[in-house]
Ligand binder design. Structure first.
Ligand SMILES: *Cc1c(COP(=O)(O)O)cnc(C)c1O
Length: 410
């Protein structure tokens, strides 16, 4: 797999974003000219309101609420569920620190569930921990990997426990053909720059539940009667009337500039990113799986993925030092690999979530996975040459450490 080219391909910069579609410009100029940045100034059809309408239509849900981040969406979801202080909320032990943080922010207690070598929730541990003390469940589709949503929904529905889907990094993923984020009571998405749609920052929550969305809308900062700009449906109006003046206002609104940057990314642009992301991920996955030292776990059968990064496990790396040496060798070859559990202060390593109150929770299975699981960004815009460069660097780095003998001819 050594590169043999007249003009060597440079290591791609996987952190650069794609340009914002040209179509955003006219609206940005209009906002610049008018200064109309606050979502509730216009009497109707403000860009944020139009984004909510577009996003709900895209996802096939009744309601959407755009906010300042996915973390804000998760926080507001927990508050909308009206959980008592101290409620125990089940979350996967492999997620981003923002998730346990949102739980703590909502005065609830995160309870961590084991995650397997395939980055998906360990269903035996989930079932064991889903006892009468659990008031809500957040399913983080971490890096877009979908856990067994059939089993999760059956167990949670049987107990009447609400499920919030953290689909921050899963826009476009399907489960039995159904859009991820529409399976639980509420779905939350991120528009932070490293996600499928880039507004720098931003988030949105979707639900079919009028009462939940009304509560979330008010708490997001729809003070006085600004909720009237969230559509007119009798069920929603009744819910707003019920909650008027009953809830605190946390001011987690989205501003119009973010919405005009997001809207032109939702149509063909998103479809192209989803399709290319999956094709390019699978191209790289097949090649990495050709190495005896690297393993990309397959998706679950009902899952159609929409990845913009790739995760794989180091196989036969007996020590953490060997795993670190692999990451160093890949870096030398121009590709930055993060071994989740081995980079300092990684926000996805549960032992770094020391802000969680109470006794430290130990998750040996998740810890073992994090010590060998690698993360490489793979934005859908990469060319085949750039993908080949990444594959070559990773496969060669593994051979640097583990020797070439088994890499060929097996
Ligand atoms: C990015 C991310 C978040 C946080 O999203 P923000 O919009 O940055 O708050 C939460 N969960 C997961 C799984 C993420 O990938």
């Amino acid at each position: 797999m050594a590169l043999d080219r007249a003009e060597p391909v440079k290591a791609p910069n996987v952190y650069d974003a794609e340009p914002i579609p040209e179509a955003a410009r006219a609206e940005i100029d209009r906002l610049m000219a008018t200064g109309d940045l606050f979502r509730y100034t216009a009497p109707a059809d403000a860009p944020v309101a139009l984004l909510e309408r577009d996003f709900a239509a895209l996802m096939g849900t009744k309601y959407a609420l755009a906010v300042s981040s996915c973390s804000a969406a998760i926080y507001l979801s927990l508050r909308a569920l009206d959980l008592e202080t101290g409620t125990r909320v089940l979350i996967p032990a492999f997620t981003f620190a923002a998730v346990p943080s949102a739980v703590v922010h909502a005065n609830c207690q995160p309870v961590l569930v084991e995650v397997g070598e395939n980055y998906r929730i360990d269903m035996a541990d989930f079932e064991a921990k889903l006892d009468d003390t659990i008031g809500a469940v957040i399913i983080s589709h971490m890096r877009g990997h979908t856990s067994d949503m059939d089993a999760i929904m059956a167990l949670c529905n049987a107990r009447g426990v609400p499920v919030i889907e953290d689909a921050a990094h899963s826009l476009g993923t399907l489960w039995h053909g159904k859009k991820i984020g529409t399976i639980g009571r509420i779905g939350c998405f991120s528009f932070q720059s490293y996600k499928m749609v880039n507004a720098g920052e931003g988030g949105i929550l979707i639900t079919d539940d009028a009462d939940l969305v009304a509560r979330a809308v008010i708490m997001s900062g729809a003070y006085e009667h600004n909720w009237k700009k969230h559509g007119t449906d009798p069920e929603l109006d009744a819910a707003f009337a019920r909650w008027q003046n009953e809830l605190p206002l946390y001011n987690m609104r989205m501003q119009n500039l973010s919405a005009v940057v997001i809207r032109p990314q939702l149509g063909d642009v998103l479809t192209r990113r989803i399709n290319d992301g999956l094709a390019k991920h699978d191209y790289v996955a097949d090649l990495l799986n050709g190495s005896p030292w690297l393993h990309v776990p397959p998706p679950l059968a009902p899952e159609t993925r929409a990845p913009d990064s790739i995760q794989f496990n180091l196989v036969g790396f007996d020590s953490d030092d060997e795993a670190k040496a692999f990451a160093d060798a890949a870096a030398t070859r121009g590709v930055k690999v993060q071994v989740f559990g081995l980079s300092a202060d990684n926000a996805r390593a549960f032992w770094n979530w020391r802000f969680i109150p109470g006794e430290r929770q130990e998750l040996p299975q998740t810890r073992a996975m994090l010590m060998r699981a690698c993360d490489v960004r793979l934005p859908p815009r990469l060319t085949t040459d750039e993908l080949d460069f990444i594959v070559d660097a990773l496969v060669s780095a593994a051979e640097d450490i583990k020797g070439e003998t088994r890499a060929y001819g097996t």
